[in-house]
Design a protein around this ligand. Structure first.
Ligand code: PMV
Length: 334
């Protein structure tokens, strides 16, 4: 029998308390995967083909205020101060997600992203993690972090990693209902790690990550090699974190992103997020490395490049990339 999102939600909420409050004001950080989640084994429940590992972006993410509306017949969603119409893709996805929890109520939701939105960094991860936190506070569920992570996954896979700060691992799990596929913070954290965001273009992406992911799984002959690549990269990344070996970490992180994009290049037709600016930036990163600066890059389903470096290199990075937005996962308490 096919397991639905509704089944999973009722399981996760079975033991929850019920102490609703007037309104909730919450925050969730965005995250960048150091080892990527790319491909689902179940798209209804957003269950991944492999595990993944990310670093949160500290104060770069989504603030969300949420309350229930009496006598409303639709949700009201405001994003960065602008009321969004019900037929925008974001509102449609969010509304469908809220349908899982609404029990007859409609919600007034105001979100504000601190991450540069126009640049395609506004990943759905922080948005869905904030929505889950908002629901938990508003309904007074007092759920465990594990349950919050599982609920966030139903909204968007990478959102399950955004319910924590710092280095976070999403376990692939093996059960059909996905109850063992949630994220937890790594025991080893690395406070000197930094991610730099580079805004290369504000053009909309040719194809969203959900679609690109499925199309790659369905058509790319190189996708067969992906689970093995991830198994090896995840092990290397975790060992490098424990050993505090930045070079080993950076090589695995950059290699993993390039392997993910290679699966996309080989899809039929191919998915190409890269622009001339992407290539120029990666070339510059390599040049800086040749000159002795320890910096590596990663990319997601878009043309922008994210830099990975250590706090000690921050000044040199800012000199080389004057527009870089440096994020620190460890600004808050991890
Ligand atoms: O969670 P989604 O459906 O937005 O997919 C995220 C996919 C990547 O950003 C490319 C990789 C990742 O692990 O975050």
């Amino acid at each position: 029998m096919r397991i639905t999102r509704e089944d999973v939600v009722s399981q996760l909420l079975a033991g929850a308390s019920d102490r609703p409050v007037e309104s909730a004001d919450v925050y969730a950080p965005a995250n960048i995967a150091l080892c990527k989640y790319w491909g689902k084994r179940c798209s209804e429940l957003n269950l991944p083909v492999t595990g993944s590992l990310s670093l949160s972006l500290g104060s770069y993410g989504s603030h969300l205020r949420m309350s229930r509306m009496t006598e409303a017949t639709t949700d009201r969603v405001t994003h960065n101060g602008v009321a969004l119409s019900a037929d925008t893709a974001f509102v449609r996805t969010l509304t469908a997600y809220l349908d899982l929890f609404r029990a007859g109520a409609y919600f007034n939701i105001e979100t504000r992203n601190t991450i540069p939105t126009a640049a395609g960094f506004a990943s759905s991860a922080s948005g869905f993690a904030a929505a889950v936190r908002g629901l938990d506070t508003l309904m007074g569920w007092a759920l465990s972090p594990q349950a919050l992570s599982s609920l966030a996954r139903l909204g968007s896979g990478s959102a399950c990693r955004s319910v924590y700060d710092g280095l976070v691992e999403w376990d692939v799990g093996s059960s059909e209902d996905g109850m063992d596929s949630f994220a937890t913070p790594l025991r080893d954290q690395w406070p000197d790690l930094r991610i730099g965001l580079l805004v290369l273009t504000d053009k909309t992406k040719p194809i969203g990550s959900r679609q690109a992911m499925q199309h790659t799984v369905d058509t790319s002959p190189l996708y067969r090699a992906w689970p093995e690549t991830v198994a090896s990269d995840l092990a290397t990344i975790k060992a490098a974190i424990t050993e505090r070996s930045f070079e080993r970490l950076g090589q695995a992180v950059e290699g993993n992103a390039m392997a993910m994009h290679s699966t996309m290049f080989a899809a039929r037709p191919s998915v190409i997020y890269w622009t001339p600016e992407t290539v120029a930036t990666i070339t510059r990163v390599r040049q800086l490395r040749d000159e002795g600066l320890m910096v590596y890059c990663t990319m997601d389903a878009g043309p922008n490049v994210k830099l990975l470096f250590l706090h000690a290199s921050q000044e040199a990075i800012e000199a080389a990339f004057p527009d870089v937005v440096v994020t620190n996962a460890y600004n808050g308490d991890v």
